[in-house]
Design a protein around this ligand. Structure first.
Ligand SMILES: [Zn+2]
Length: 343
């Protein structure tokens, strides 16, 4: 009898653990490509925060959330609108075009942007939330040159959209997450992480109930120092929670098999990547984060960051890793523990 019970438990966990893999496979190159062809097209004029192209991108993402069955997070809106002063541009490289940066920041006028929220309510642990972010804004159009931002961060945005869809398909099949999932595409990143800062200053869901933030910023290209495409840089995974790091490692080992590269995973890394994308606004509120990043390349912040150069297989693989990691964070019995102090 004991043997049978053990066998049964073994079997049911395998069956359960296969659901995650099954739904991760709904994240596919065709869908990613379809979305990115629109978001990184010239007609969206580089999605500069406050400009019509950014509003069109917001609209496109909102319609995707609607189409996959996510209801508005409040009354009839998916947007969290903000109006703030432009911040300091946090370029990830040191040799950025200063004139361009000045144009992007304008004269520190107030900027109106919006975050687009896809909130997928969990089941028995729904008050706890796993947040997935990617910034959908980019550098805009200047002197008739369009900065398409296909990698930065069209790649992360379409990944986040597909993660939302995979969780919704799971939910419709009765396999929805136990904790809630907030897929939030933010704007204002290029003007100083404005959208994510606005959210963490004005959280829609309590920060103390926010379990983790997985932030995707640039996952569609091969970085300068890499030849083999099967890697991703991870930054922050062990800064606040050893458990988060261990889960991320084991999910990758079990299902994906990417090289997880921690070269930039240091608070004193001279590139300061830990501080240069949206996850930092969560980390500074003591929420464990992982930043998924492919590193800089020759087209970073140039008009040549276009969709033809994107490696969609790479986006697919990394997005599946993020989804499977979020799945584990959302479905495990205990919330991950914060065992370290940030700064
Ligand atoms: Zn970016």
């Amino acid at each position: 009898m004991k043997k049978i019970i053990i066998l049964f438990i073994g079997l049911s966990t395998t069956v359960f653990s296969q659901d995650n893999v099954k739904f991760s496979k709904t994240i596919n190159i065709d869908d990613l490509e379809k979305h990115l062809n629109i978001l990184a097209s010239d007609s969206l004029e580089g999605r500069e925060t406050g400009k019509p192209g950014q509003k069109m991108a917001a609209d496109y993402i909102m319609n995707h959330f609607k189409n996959i069955g996510i209801p508005p997070y409040k009354k009839d809106t998916y947007y969290q609108k903000f109006k703030v002063k432009s911040g300091r541009h946090l370029c990830k490289c040191d040799d950025c075009d200063v004139n361009l940066v000045k144009k992007i920041l304008g004269n520190r006028k107030k900027i109106k942007g919006e975050n687009v929220l896809g909130f997928i309510e969990g089941s028995d642990l729904k008050d706890e939330i796993v947040v997935i972010t990617a910034h959908y804004d980019h550098l805009g159009k200047h002197d008739s040159l369009v900065f398409n931002g296909a990698d930065d961060d069209g790649s992360g945005t379409v990944g986040a959209m597909e993660i939302a869809e995979a969780f919704m398909l799971a939910k419709t099949a009765g396999k929805g997450p136990r904790r809630s999932i907030l897929v939030m595409t933010v704007s204002g990143e290029e003007k100083g992480l404005l959208g994510s800062k606005y959210y963490t200053d004005h959280p829609i869901y309590p920060l103390e109930n926010t379990v983790a933030n997985l932030n995707i910023d640039m996952i569609g290209r091969i970085g300068d120092f890499k030849d083999n495409p099967n890697y991703v840089y991870l930054i922050g995974s062990d800064m606040l929670s050893t458990e988060l790091h261990d889960i991320s490692e084991s999910v990758n080992k079990q299902h994906i098999g990417l090289e997880l590269d921690y070269t930039f995973n240091m608070e004193d890394d001279p590139n300061r990547y830990y501080y240069r994308s949206d996850h930092y606004n969560f980390a500074k509120n003591n929420i464990p984060v992982i930043f998924y990043f492919n590193g800089l390349h020759e087209d970073y912040h140039k008009v040549t960051d276009t969709v033809e150069k994107i490696d969609f297989k790479k986006i697919e693989t990394i997005t599946r890793l993020v989804f499977l990691t979020a799945w584990e964070l959302a479905n495990r019995d205990d919330r991950i523990i914060v065992d370290k102090k940030g700064n």
